[in-house]
Design a protein around this ligand. Structure first.
Ligand SMILES: [Zn+2]
Length: 54
């Protein structure tokens, strides 16, 4: 599933949301820190891969 990365315009928090294409709706995205809806998408969708290297 694509991961959408957002930045909160209010507090500057970065967060990610995993959304299906059909679910994707920036209006529903909320900052987990301050609950602000004033967020902007940073990147175009990328597919979740195992980017963590141990
Ligand atoms: Zn925030």
């Amino acid at each position: 599933m694509p991961v959408y990365e957002y930045k909160c315009k209010k507090c500057g928090e970065f967060f990610e949301r995993i959304e299906t294409v059909s679910e994707h709706d920036p209006a529903k995205a909320r900052c987990p820190e301050c609950k602000s809806k004033r967020v902007e998408r940073r990147w175009s969708p990328v597919f979740a891969v195992t980017s963590k290297k141990s």
